[in-house]
Design a protein around this ligand. Structure first.
Ligand code: ADP
Ligand code: ZN
Ligand code: ZN
Length: 742
C-alpha cells in the first residue's frame, strides 16, 4: 500500500480465481474501446507465463505499481457483464464474511465452462400451448382436417405445453398443422421467457385445494412478494410443504418472476423434480453435480437471460444470476449439505438470506426439523414462523417407540422383538424400512488370535470391510486393499468382522426372510446411474418388502406402503464430542420416522437402544422435535455456544508433523500484535481425527459472543496470516460458522 500511483490511464482491478487475497491491476486492452468494459465482465489476462480468466471488479486511476509494469488485458470476453451489480455485491459480501479470496468466490458463481472463459449462446426455446379456447374446443370439430385434429388431441391429452423437440418426437411433420391451429387461436406460441403473461400456459396441473394452515402460509409469503422477508415453514413430513412451495411459485410466475429452489441433493430425490414438472409448464432448469459442464452452463445462462422460470439446484446453484428474481426457497433447510465443506466454505442458507435482502425478495426456508439457528432467528423475530402441524391428506402420524435391547440376544443387530414386528408387518403385505447409518459389511476387521486390527496407513481410522467388492476400504481417504484372509501379524489367528454395516444386515435378512425381497440403498449400492431410480420405482410398485439403508433414506423420499421403520443402532449417535451431534441425531430420527405411514396406514417407528432413559431420546419421543429444540437451545445458551455465540475454526494440515506447531507459534506472535476484541481463542489441539490421508491435522477455534467483533478481528488477522512465511508451508483454511468440528 506504500506508494499509490495516480495515473491518467484507467487501471482495471481484476479478480482471478486463485487463492490470494488481492486483486490484480491491468491496463485497457490495446484494441477495444475501453469504456465498453464494465465491472463484472470476464476478461483474459496475462498471468505469470500464461494467461488466466479474470473478472473486472473496479476501474480506477490508481495503482500501487508502476505503470510500466502493468500489462494490458488480452481480451474482453463478455460485451456485457453476466453478473449484475447486486450479484457482485453479494459475492463481495461473501468473500468478506467468509474471509475467502474474492477471485475464488466470484469464480464459484460461474459454472465450470464459463469459468474457463467459454462463450456460449443459448437460443430461446419455443413452446406451444393450448389457449383457453383450445382447451374448450372438441377435437371432433376438426374431423375434416385429421392432422390438425391429431395435433389438438395431442395437446389436450398432454395437458401441458410442448417444445419443438417434443413435437418433433411426436410427429416429424407437425409444423403445418400447429400453424393452422395457431391461426385458429386454439394454440399459442409462448417463447419461454420470464414474463409469460398467460397463466393457463404456466400450469400443467391444477393445484390441490390447500388446507387452512397451508393457505395461511401461502398468503403470508404471497403478500410479501416484491419485498424482503424470511419465512420458516415448519411442517412435519407429509404436512404439504411442497404443495405450499408450488402454490407460492405459481404466484411468482404470474408476476413474470423467477424462482430459485435449493435442495440438499436432487439426484437422491428424483420425485421432487417430477412434481415440479407435473405442475408447471414453464421452463425448469436443473443444476447439480451429476450434470455435464455444458448442461450446467446452459441452465445458468437460461436463468441469467430470463428464459428459465424455475431453477432447481443444489447449494452451488445459489449464485446463479436471475434476470427477474422473485423468490428463493430452501427445502430441508436444516440439511448440513447446504454448507460447503471444502474450499469456499459458505452456507447456502445464510447467503440465501443475504441475497433475498439485496434483491428485495422473500426467502422461504422449509423443514420438518428446522435448524436451531433458524428457530433462534424466529425467536429473535428475524424470521416469521409458518407452521403446518398436521399431515395433509389422510396420512396419520407414526408412533415412536424405544426398544430396550440391553441384555437381549441380537442376531446381527436385530433383536427378537424387532424381528417379530418385521414378521407381523410383512404378513400384512406392508413394507419395512431399516435404517443403519454405516455402509459396508463391518467397520472393523480384528484378529481373534492376537488382536491386530486393520487400520488405514494414512488416517487414524479402521478400514471398513466391503464383502461385496472383496476389499477393505478407508472411508476417509478412499484407499483400498484386497480383503485379507490371514492375519498379517500372527499369521494364524482367525480374522473376525466386528460391528455392523448395511451389507451385513442385508445378508442376514436374506437368510431370515428367504421369500422376501430386500433392497439396500446406500452410496455403494446406488453408484451406477439410474439404479436409485429403479429401486425407488420397485419400492413404489410394491415389488420390495424390506428397504434397508443409510442416511440416504432420510432425504425426502415418499414410501407410502412403509408402516414399520426401525433405527437399528440409535446409540452410535449419542456420544459425539461435537456439540452439533445431538441436533443432527434428533433431525435424523425425525426425518427417518417421517418415511413411515405416509398413506392411510398408521406407521410405527422402533429405535433399538441401550440408553432407553437418555434425555434426548425420551424428550424426542414423548414431546417431539419442538420440545427437543427448545431444550437444546437452552443448553446452547447456557454453554454460550452458537447460535448464542459465533465461531470460526482454523484448520491446519501438513505432511510433516513439526510444521503445524511452527505455524501456530507464528500465529500466536501475530495475534499478540492485534486487537482480539474479546475473542476467545481455544486451542490449538489435534483434530479429532489427528491424521487423515497422510496429513497431520490441527485446529484452533475462535469464538466471540458478538459477530461483529469476531469479524473485525478476522478482517485484521487473515490478510496478515496469509502473508507470513510459516503459513505457506502448511495447508490452512478458515471455516466461518462451522457445522462440523471434525
Ligand atoms: P411435505 O413436502 O411436507 O413432505 P407434501 O407436499 O409432499 O409434504 O405432501 C404430502 C402428501 O400430501 C402428498 O402426497 C401431497 O400430494 C398431499 N397433499 C399435500 N397438500 C394437500 C392438500 N391440500 N390436499 C390433499 N393432499 C395434499
Ligand atoms: Zn493375529
Ligand atoms: Zn485413510
Amino acid at each position: 500500500m506504500s506508494n499509490m500511483q495516480h495515473c491518467d490511464k484507467s487501471i482495471y482491478k481484476v479478480a482471478i480465481s486463485i487463492p490470494v487475497y488481492r486483486l490484480f491491476d491491468y491496463l485497457a486492452p490495446e484494441d477495444t474501446a475501453s469504456d465498453s468494459i464494465k465491472p463484472g465482465v470476464r476478461v483474459e489476462v496475462p498471468f505469470g507465463k500464461g494467461k488466466k480468466v479474470g473478472y473486472v471488479l473496479e476501474i480506477t486511476t490508481y495503482s500501487e505499481f508502476e505503470l510500466i509494469k502493468l500489462k494490458p488485458i488480452l481480451r474482453v470476453i463478455d460485451p456485457h457483464p453476466l453478473l449484475s451489480k447486486k450479484d457482485l455485491r453479494l459475492l463481495q459480501w461473501a468473500a468478506n464474511y467468509y474471509h475467502h479470496p474474492i477471485g475464488v468466490v466470484i469464480g464459484s458463481a460461474f459454472p465450470a465452462a464459463l469459468r474457463q472463459g467459454k462463450v456460449m449462446l443459448i437460443k430461446p426455446q419455443k413452446r406451444y400451448a393450448l389457449t383457453d379456447m383450445g382447451v374448450a374446443t372438441s377435437s371432433q370439430q376438426l374431423q375434416r382436417m385429421p392432422k390438425q385434429q391429431q395435433a389438438l388431441e395431442k395437446f389436450q391429452s398432454t395437458g401441458s405445453s410442448l417444445t419443438e423437440a417434443e413435437l418433433t418426437l411426436w410427429e416429424e411433420g407437425w409444423r403445418p398443422a400447429v400453424k393452422q391451429l395457431i391461426t385458429k387461436k386454439l394454440i399459442q406460441l409462448t417463447l419461454s421467457e420470464a414474463g409469460v403473461a398467460n397463466v393457463g400456459a404456466l400450469m400443467n396441473k391444477p393445484a390441490l385445494p390447500a388446507n387452512t394452515q397451508q393457505q395461511a402460509a401461502i398468503d403470508a409469503v404471497c403478500t410479501s412478494l416484491g419485498q424482503f422477508g424470511v419465512f420458516l415453514l415448519d411442517g412435519v413430513t407429509g404436512s404439504g410443504k411442497t404443495e405450499v412451495y408450488l402454490q407460492i411459485i405459481r404466484s411468482v410466475l404470474e408476476r413474470g418472476q423467477q424462482v430459485l429452489v435449493l435442495v440438499p441433493e436432487i439426484t437422491l430425490t428424483p420425485q421432487l423434480e417430477d412434481r415440479f414438472r407435473q405442475r408447471f409448464a414453464v421452463d425448469i432448469a436443473l443444476s447439480h453435480s451429476k450434470l455435464t459442464d455444458k448442461q450446467r452452463a446452459v441452465a445458468w445462462l437460461k436463468m441469467q437471460q430470463g428464459q428459465g422460470s424455475i431453477l432447481l439446484g443444489t447449494r452451488s446453484a445459489l449464485f446463479t444470476p436471475l434476470k427477474n428474481p422473485g423468490l428463493i426457497i430452501l427445502d430441508e433447510e436444516h440439511d448440513a449439505s447446504f454448507k460447503q465443506q471444502e474450499g469456499f466454505r459458505f452456507s447456502a442458507r445464510d447467503i440465501a438470506v443475504v441475497r433475498g435482502q439485496l434483491l428485495h425478495i422473500p426467502v422461504l426456508l422449509g423443514s420438518a426439523t428446522p435448524s436451531l439457528e433458524s428457530l433462534h432467528n424466529v425467536n429473535k423475530q428475524r424470521y416469521q414462523l409458518l407452521a403446518l402441524p398436521d399431515r395433509a391428506g389422510k396420512a396419520i402420524e407414526p408412533t415412536l417407540h424405544l426398544l430396550d435391547i440391553r441384555n437381549k440376544r441380537m442376531q446381527e443387530g436385530l433383536s427378537a422383538a424387532l424381528l417379530e414386528e418385521i414378521h407381523k408387518t410383512l404378513a400384512r403385505q406392508e413394507q419395512v424400512l431399516l435404517f443403519l447409518n454405516r455402509r459396508g459389511f463391518a467397520p472393523t476387521l480384528i484378529c481373534h488370535g492376537c488382536g491386530w486390527v486393520a487400520r488405514c496407513h494414512r488416517c487414524d481410522a479402521n478400514l471398513v470391510i466391503h464383502v461385496d467388492e472383496n476389499c477393505l476400504r478407508c472411508h476417509h481417504c478412499a484407499k483400498e486393499q484386497p480383503l485379507l484372509r490371514r492375519c498379517p501379524e500372527c499369521k494364524v489367528g482367525e480374522l473376525t468382522p466386528l460391528g455392523l454395516g448395511t451389507e451385513r444386515v442385508e445378508k442376514v435378512l436374506a437368510e431370515l426372510f428367504p421369500n422376501k425381497v430386500t433392497v439396500r440403498l446406500d452410496r455403494d449400492s446406488t453408484q451406477r446411474k439410474g439404479v436409485l431410480e429403479d429401486y425407488l420405482q420397485q419400492i413404489n410398485n410394491g415389488e420390495v418388502d424390506i428397504i434397508l439403508g443409510t442416511q440416504m433414506l432420510a432425504k425426502g423420499h415418499h414410501f407410502p406402503n412403509v408402516t414399520l421403520v426401525a433405527i437399528l443402532d440409535v446409540d452410535s449417535g449419542l456420544f459425539s464430542i461435537d456439540f452439533h451431534a445431538a441436533e443432527k441425531l434428533a433431525q435424523m430420527i425425525v426425518q427417518v420416522s417421517g418415511r413411515a405411514g405416509r398413506a392411510e396406514k398408521r406407521g410405527k417407528v422402533i429405535m433399538q437402544t441401550r440408553q432407553p432413559d437418555h434425555p434426548l431420546l425420551t424428550t424426542l419421543i414423548q414431546q417431539g422435535y419442538q420440545s427437543f429444540a427448545i431444550s437444546a437451545l437452552a443448553e446452547r445458551k447456557q454453554a454460550a455456544l452458537p447460535p448464542f455465540s459465533y465461531q470460526a475454526l482454523l484448520r491446519v494440515q501438513a505432511a510433516e508433523e513439526a510444521l503445524p506447531s511452527i505455524f501456530f507459534q507464528a500465529l500466536a506472535d501475530l495475534i499478540k500484535t492485534l486487537n482480539v476484541r474479546h475473542t476467545q481463542i481455544l486451542g490449538p489441539v489435534s483434530a479429532p481425527m489427528a491424521r487423515r490421508a497422510g496429513l497431520y491435522r490441527y485446529q484452533l477455534l475462535f469464538q466471540n459472543n458478538r459477530r461483529n467483533e469476531l469479524q473485525h478481528f478476522l478482517d485484521e488477522l487473515v490478510p496478515k496470516l496469509a502473508a507470513i512465511k510459516q503459513a505457506k508451508k502448511v495447508h490452512w483454511t478458515l471455516d466461518i460458522d462451522p457445522v462440523d468440528l471434525y
